[in-house]
Design a protein around this ligand. Structure first.
Ligand code: CUA
Length: 164
């Protein structure tokens, strides 16, 4: 019994030390109280842009109780970097039917790199309880064929399919 207890404690110590040495994607900090004041997560930058290397960068703000923009569009078969910041509480970020799943913690930028193979629509619910409106907090992610994605426009400005 004592041996088992010692083993469990050892596991806890080892895993916390391990994660302490390898922080999980929480290394980039940001001032969550001034997202709208300018910078990377200002409103004009939210949505999908095509980087000089041809990959897509999606910027999203998670706030009570919506993702901004609430409809995202990305090209299929292209590397995608998703960058999220929270304006208030801890939110959860999940793209259904994919392995994209992360927390969005105030003060940090959440970065997820992925690629979507097939053109289809995914639901993107908040999966971390963030207050009374949590149930209504979700967005759409639309993966479209490369030919249907406005690459030229997205090199100049952020694009999305959000309702205005
Ligand atoms: Cu945001 Cu739950």
């Amino acid at each position: 019994m004592v041996g088992l207890l010692a083993l469990l404690v050892a596991i806890v110590v080892f895993t916390s030390a391990h994660w302490g040495l390898h922080p999980p994607s929480r290394v980039e900090t940001i001032d969550s109280t001034s997202l709208h004041a300018g910078g990377e997560f200002s409103e004009a930058n939210l949505g999908t842009m095509i980087a000089p290397d041809g990959s897509a960068v999606v910027r999203i703000v998670a706030q009570q109780y919506a993702f901004v923009p609430d409809c995202l569009v990305v090209p299929a078969g292209v590397p995608v970097t998703m960058r999220l910041a929270s304006a208030d509480a801890v939110h959860g970020f999940l793209v259904q039917d994919t392995n994209v799943n992360a927390m969005v913690v105030p003060g940090y930028v959440t970065t997820v790199r992925t690629m979507f193979k097939d053109s289809r629509e995914h639901l993107m619910p908040c999966h971390e309880f963030c207050g009374v409106g949590h149930q209504a907090m979700w967005a759409h992610l639309r993966v479209v064929e490369r030919e249907k994605f406005p690459f030229d426009e997205a090199r100049e400005k952020a694009v999305s399919c959000a309702r205005h």
